[in-house]
Design a protein. Structure first.
Length: 307
């Protein structure tokens, strides 16, 4: 039995297979419409979500399976003090696979140790968000045609943004990538990330002004400031609108630069950018369904069902 805790749990060769499957699902959805007949996905979300939970549920329904779950800790027995370990033992009796989001870093790993079914980390605190990373990689692969040979800017909350940490760890396995980290001093990418890049001689630059680096970027990954991870409201209010990507800043970028964002967005991308053909964040959310369909099939070791 296999779980997904980190984007590094799959080799790059396995990711190629996963993305090939996701592309096939995108092109031939009918072929997969019954692949999960009789299977149940549990979504156990101890923290709010729109995209991750609903795209997992949409993925399972599109595969012909069924869903159960809870959308917040308050409506589960966690509110009575039940541990994650006990909860997953129970969920193992009810479902065939579980996607779990939790505010505590490592909680899905604790669950995986006790689980009798595959567990997918759907985001744990400020740590990792591997299925967002799979979504990001599939989007880049599909829209750019490659997973290497580019300069990527990551902008915003690089300290608390778990999608950023997971994406960097995944991208260092590909060739010829330069990272540009764009953040205020207080929200710099953690040292363990820059140490990783140094240890592998991967080029990176840290800057504060987005405008200065826009012309060199092939990809711009915007993030929101993670309000829920701040210890005081005053710091959040001071930093929340530090970056606002607008049409003037987009005018400085390459004609084929793509803007990605894991979403939700707050103010960091002006709505006027949505009409720019380089804005890829809504397409990215759609790719999230295909890659989660491919992931469910892979972890359950299922093939498309014959009609
Ligand atoms: N990108 C993402 O994780 O969005 P949700 O928090 O809405 O799931």
């Amino acid at each position: 039995m296999r779980h997904l805790m980190s984007p590094l749990d799959f080799s790059t060769e396995e990711l190629d297979l996963l993305f090939g499957l996701a592309e096939d699902i995108r092109k031939n959805p009918a072929k997969y419409a019954h692949a999960c007949h009789g299977k149940i996905l549990a979504t156990c979300f101890y923290e709010p979500s729109t995209r991750t939970r609903l795209s997992f549920e949409s993925a399972m329904i599109r595969l012909g399976g069924q869903i159960i779950g809870f959308a917040d800790a308050a409506s589960s027995s966690a509110s009575k003090g039940e541990s994650v370990s006990d909860t997953i033992r129970i969920i193992s009796c009810y479902a065939d696979i579980c996607a779990m989001r939790h505010p505590k870093e490592g909680a899905p790993m604790v669950a995986a140790e006790k689980s009798l079914i595959p567990v997918i980390n759907a985001g744990d605190g400020g740590h990792q968000h591997p299925t967002q990373t799979l979504t990001d990689l599939l989007t880049i692969h599909s829209l750019k045609g490659r997973l290497g040979g580019f300069t990527i800017g990551l902008c915003g909350d690089l300290k608390f943004g778990r999608t950023v940490h997971s994406l960097i760890k995944a991208l260092v396995r590909y060739h010829d990538i330069k990272f540009v980290f764009i953040s205020p001093e207080e929200l710099r990418v953690p040292d363990y990330i820059t140490d990783l890049l140094k240890s592998r001689n991967i080029p990176y630059e840290e800057v504060i002004r987005l405008e200065r680096v826009m012309p060199q970027l092939d990809l711009l990954y915007m993030t929101r400031v993670q309000k829920e991870r701040f210890f005081n409201e005053e710091d959040y209010v001071r930093l929340k609108d530090f970056y606002i990507l607008n049409a003037d800043k987009m005018a400085l970028a390459k004609k084929d630069m793509l803007v990605l964002h894991p979403l939700p967005r707050v103010n960091e991308i002006s709505v006027e950018v949505d009409e720019d053909p380089r804005a890829a964040y809504f397409r990215q959310a759609q790719y999230g369904v295909y890659v989660r369909m491919a992931l469910i099939l892979t972890l359950l070791e299922l093939e498309p069902a014959c009609e």
